[in-house]
Design a protein around this ligand. Structure first.
Ligand SMILES: Nc1nc2c(ncn2[C@@H]2O[C@H](COP(=O)(O)OP(=O)(O)OP(=O)(O)O)[C@@H](O)[C@H]2O)c(=O)[nH]1
Ligand SMILES: [Mg+2]
Length: 419
């Protein structure tokens, strides 16, 4: 369930279940530049700050409506109808139709988080599960094996040590009856760590715009997340504008424009090489004058070690404050879940430079092991606004700790009772 709004008009805004989101044939973002005649005209001269001039907003044509289901074909059975009615054939045909409908419904069903995380969590699940299958003794050997499993799942040394020490203490105090109790204890501890992080993005509809500044290293999934988020916000009734603050990478502006067109939202952009702060300033000015609910500002990917680029982000923040001292309302750090413990370093540096207010962990569908979320939880206590479990629209999920634990470490069915 997505919960976006803080002071919203409830009659206007519908709570949206991701399962109800209309599926797009392809929401996959092309990495290559999408060139169009329009781009050339888009490269407006950067606006000096403070700017009074009209922003260089781009109004894309509304997207074509999703295709209607095809009308029943005129060339159906009537012409070629056989002179004989064979109930067996009719039954077989009806059966085929039912099967086809079932298959179509199955294809449209959004995959469960468990299915999405299958790749990332399988080895962890198997490794840990197999330890307990043989009903082991509660001893140091078992603790060592659990320790190895946790470390290989990217939980990091600090989290793993905490968890193992806690388990060791319980074993010593004889609080655990058997290995199953230990497994459930471990599961409960992991859940307790991430439960406080579940806090979906809240949009203050009175801010107009509520500014979400999206930051992170190269390729983390910032622009893709903006695209998915724009769609979700729109489906929840909010008006959205995008600011193309990544003026560094050649294809970045075009990539964001594609998302703008796809979602039928305005994109404020200048050419590659323009001053990022100036573009975002323009976008904020435009969003204010149009009373847009949410401004999603993209920024160039940067390494936390590139101090000039980190300074550029601070400038973006300073410049925004000239128009709205409360902006940005959210500094959303996008972290690639496959980068393991490196994500913790990134979070540390970006948080120090920018005061991050929320996280998005992407690519948890890939080779990411999921454990990184626990390492982040231990150090930062920053809310995880969303997780990315694929490249498609429905693959941006709100972070649900219980669902996440169930996907990563399902509750074990108790062993059958022996008489
Ligand atoms: N499997 C998977 N791929 C993702 C996810 N999120 C983003 N991607 C892919 O990751 C790649 C990089 O995504 P971008 O959105 O361009 O990343 P970025 O942070 O904007 O990158 P820069 O603009 O270069 O800094 C693209 O191929 C996306 O399709 C996700 O949750 N799962
Ligand atoms: Mg980008």
């Amino acid at each position: 369930m997505f919960r976006f709004f803080k002071r919203s008009a409830p009659e206007k805004l519908v709570q949206l279940n991701p399962a109800e989101i209309p599926q797009e044939p392809s929401a996959v973002e092309p990495r290559e530049p999408v060139t169009s005649a329009a781009d050339q005209t888009e490269a407006a001269t950067p606006t000096p700050l403070p700017a009074d001039a009209e922003p260089s907003a781009q109004r894309p044509e509304p997207l074509a409506q999703a295709s209607e289901p095809a009308p029943p074909s005129a060339s159906s059975s009537t012409e070629s109808e056989s002179a004989f009615f064979d109930p067996a054939v009719a039954f077989a045909e009806a059966f085929e139709v039912i099967n086809a409908e079932k298959a179509a419904a199955e294809a449209l069903r959004p995959a469960s988080l468990r299915e999405r995380l299958a790749a990332s969590s399988e080895s962890f699940r198997l490794k840990l599960g197999s330890l307990f299958d043989r009903n082991p003794k509660l001893d140091e050997n078992l603790l060592e094996e659990i320790e190895t499993a946790l470390l290989t799942a990217d939980l990091g040394v600090a989290v793993t040590t905490d968890l193992i020490d806690t388990l060791r203490g319980r074993i010593k105090r004889r609080e655990l009856a058997d290995a199953e109790a230990l497994y459930e204890g471990l599961r409960a501890d992991l859940l307790a760590m991430i439960e406080p992080l579940a806090a979906p993005l809240q949009i203050d509809l009175e801010a107009k715009p509520h500014v979400v500044l999206v930051v992170g290293v190269n390729g983390a999934g910032k622009t893709t997340t903006i695209g998915k988020l724009a769609k979700h916000l729109k489906l929840n009734g909010a008006s959205v504008m995008l600011g193309a603050g990544d003026t560094f990478r050649a294809a970045a502006v075009e990539q964001l424009k594609v998302w703008g067109e796809r979602n039928d939202v305005l994109v404020v952009a200048q050419g590659t090489g323009a001053d990022s702060a100036s573009v975002i300033y323009d976008a904020l000015q435009s969003a204010k004058s149009r009373k847009v609910d949410v401004l999603l500002a993209d920024t160039a990917g940067r390494l936390h070690t590139q101090s000039h680029l980190m300074n550029e982000l601070s400038k973006v923040k300073r410049v925004m404050a000239k128009l709205d001292p409360t902006a940005p309302h959210e500094v959303l750090l996008v972290l690639d879940g496959t980068t393991g413990q490196n994500a913790v370093n990134q979070a540390r540096q970006f948080h120090q430079a920018m005061g991050v207010t929320g996280l998005v962990i992407t690519k948890l569908d890939g080779s990411a092991k999921g454990g990184i979320i626990f390492a982040l939880a231990r150090e930062f206590k920053l809310p995880i606004r969303y997780i990315g479990v694929g490249e498609k629209l429905e693959d941006l999920r709100s972070f649900e700790p219980t669902e996440f634990i169930d996907a990563l470490l399902p509750a074990r069915t108790p062993p059958p009772e022996t008489s």
